[in-house]
Write a protein that binds this ligand. Structure first.
Ligand SMILES: C[S@@+](CC[C@H](N)C(=O)[O-])C[C@H]1O[C@@H](n2cnc3c(N)ncnc32)[C@H](O)[C@@H]1O
Length: 347
């Protein structure tokens, strides 16, 4: 069993993916050889959802207050907060160091010195200001003694019914010799053999849910129709294709934004937002994963989550790398004292 520290756990999308042991759209994602020794988030409602769905429990705490002893875990994972790097809806100044929580993730990695880590973020983190923030993080991770591998991946390529581009950053401690190779796309243009992306219709059971609260009012639709041409409008989704990216902004989805919505009846011009359950499925959460919180909290947690189906593939590949390096690992340790003390508890 590989011991895992989960930072910025949210409701547990990444954690479910890494852990496995769930089904989604008829596919079984097997349990992986991991044991969570720590999971936390600053958001109480996200931790409530997490603890409802996992046997192990997360705690509510600010990452800045966390300290770990060296060797406490083999794997550290964290999708650090991304609002400030969002190209669509930035809410914080990315230049302020206190908004760049990857420094905190790096601090934990430095304390624990895990064998590997996985960080995740929005595309903007990779592209904003010519990659300035990504390069800062990469340099910092490298300076801690890790080889860094990264790829901008599309979650739809891994069976998620959503076009969601995310930067995945993998760190492999330098004494582990193997290179990390990203898993090949299973769907889409780059898949071989060719396998189509999973379309949205696979997770929309009924286009017409009974609950009126998911529909936009006639007034809102008319307002959007009469708005100036340069105003933003919601994007009615094609059920035959994967959904456009859903965000944490889901609870405030409006017909006057670029949010993905459903056109239920073209003649009556009836539009609606996704239900929380549909949003969870668009993110590849299994039906069994429950959100025992308000719709507002559920939408936020779901929109923030790392799709479990995608993360399962990343996790599986990384665990295979660790397994391949298990035998003779001691022999491959460098004579560098700092790394060897990595196995001794001293904090
Ligand atoms: C991108 S979301 C993580 C999603 C999660 N990994 C998942 O897959 O469901 C980022 C998370 O960081 C949390 N967060 C923000 N600031 C934090 C802090 N200072 N300490 C701990 N968690 C924080 C947010 O509450 C949010 O849940």
């Amino acid at each position: 069993m590989y011991k895992v520290i989960s930072l910025f756990s949210g409701c547990g999308g990444a954690d479910l993916g890494l852990q496995g042991g769930f089904s989604f759209l008829g596919k079984r994602y097997n349990r992986q050889q991991v044991e969570f020794v720590h999971a936390s988030d600053v958001d109480e409602m996200a931790v409530k959802t997490y603890n409802h769905n996992f046997e192990h429990k997360a705690i509510v705490v600010d990452i800045k207050k966390l300290n770990f002893r060296r060797g406490f875990a083999d794997i550290v994972i964290g999708g650090f907060p991304c609002q400030q790097f969002s190209t669509v809806n930035p809410t914080k100044n990315p230049n302020r160091k206190e908004n760049q929580l990857f420094w905190e993730m790096a601090r934990v990695i430095d304390q624990v010195r895990p064998k590997v880590f996985i960080a995740e973020n929005v595309k903007g983190f990779y592209t904003l200001e010519g990659g300035k923030y990504f390069n800062l993080a990469k340099k910092e991770f490298e300076s801690l003694g890790y080889r860094v591998y990264h790829r901008l991946i599309n979650c739809a390529d891994y069976g998620v019914p959503q076009l969601r581009q995310r930067i995945i950053i993998i760190g492999v401690r330098k004494d582990i010799k193997s290179d990390f190779i990203f898993p090949k796309p299973l769907h889409g243009m780059e898949s071989s053999p060719k396998n189509a992306w999973v379309p949205l219709k696979k997770v929309i059971k009924s286009l017409i849910p009974d609950d009126e609260r998911f529909y936009f009012s006639e007034r809102a639709v008319q307002g959007a129709k009469n708005a100036k041409p340069n105003m933003k409008r919601a994007v009615a989704q094609d059920l035959e294709k994967p959904c456009l990216t859903i965000t944490s902004h889901l609870a405030k989805v409006s017909i006057n934004s670029r949010d993905p919505v459903l056109l239920v009846d073209p003649k009556k011009e009836k539009y609606r937002r996704f239900t929380p359950r549909e949003a969870a499925s668009i993110q590849s959460f299994p039906e069994t994963f429950e959100f025992p919180v308000s719709d507002t909290s559920a939408y936020k947690q779901i929109g923030n989550a790392i799709p479990p189906a995608m993360f399962w593939h990343i996790g599986k590949t990384l665990i295979a790398l660790l397994e391949a390096n298990k035998v003779g690992m001691r022999g491959t340790l460098p004579s560098n004292m700092e790394l060897i003390t990595g196995y001794i508890e001293f904090i």
